[in-house]
Design a protein around this ligand. Structure first.
Ligand code: SF4
Length: 213
């Protein structure tokens, strides 16, 4: 089993309810989406071929027992499923960060899946695989990246319509650099929204660093 790997690095988990935890990241190459706010365009094509054994060795070079498989869009490589199972077999706690455009039902049950629902201003809303909502487990998370009031209202209505807060942790995150950061917090307060406001913690810790954090 060979995967295209963009980078493997050790950092602080920055964008989920696991934010703040030391974590090893396996960033896989490739993504068919083109979100307007994408901050990992370097992962669209750059990468090297690695076997599962090579990836496990590279992960084990770091001290954390938490691993996040991310991208790009990791599920665009079918081998990502075997990678997550292998990491579980090695005793790691495994997170998956995915765009929500791919079927997540074949992801091993023990993996904690952080699934985007693409908002209107992302430009990729039509990619959302709504069937994924039927496969949610309590340890999964749904994340909305917000760039405008329109995005907020759309996400709020999806949350309410699907009663997401009763099923998983729900994250509302302003797109990095967007003007709505403070407004988003105020909108959530006005609605007493049953969701978590979050900032990309790693970008606050290491401002301006674009890779490996
Ligand atoms: S899904 Fe993620 S990696 Fe792909 S374009 Fe959107 S933000 Fe970038």
């Amino acid at each position: 089993m060979i995967l295209q790997v963009n980078e493997i690095f050790y950092s602080i988990q920055g964008e989920s309810s696991h934010a703040g935890r030391p974590c090893v990241f396996v960033r896989l190459t490739g993504c068919p989406l083109r979100c307007t706010y994408c901050d990992t365009e370097y992962a669209f094509h750059d990468g090297r071929s690695m076997s599962l054994d090579e990836i496990v060795v590279a992960v084990a070079a770091h001290p954390a027992r938490l691993v996040e498989v991310t991208g790009g869009e990791p599920l665009a490589q079918p081998g990502s499923i075997a990678l997550m199972q292998r990491l579980l077999d090695e005793g790691y706690e495994v997170l998956l960060e995915t765009s929500g455009a791919y079927d997540v039902s074949s992801v091993p049950a023990a993996v904690r899946r952080i699934i985007d629902l693409k908002t209107p201003d992302s430009g990729e809303m039509q990619r959302n695989d709504w069937d994924n909502l039927a496969h949610l487990r309590p340890h999964d998370e749904i994340k909305f990246v917000i760039q405008s009031r329109g995005d907020y209202e759309w996400a709020r209505d999806v949350l309410r319509q699907h009663r997401l807060d009763a099923r998983v942790r729900v994250l509302f995150s302003p797109a990095w650099g967007s003007e709505v950061r403070t407004q988003l917090a105020e909108w959530m307060l006005e609605d007493a929204l049953p969701a978590r406001f979050q900032l990309q913690l790693h970008k606050l810790i290491w401002p301006g660093v674009e890779r490996g954090v």
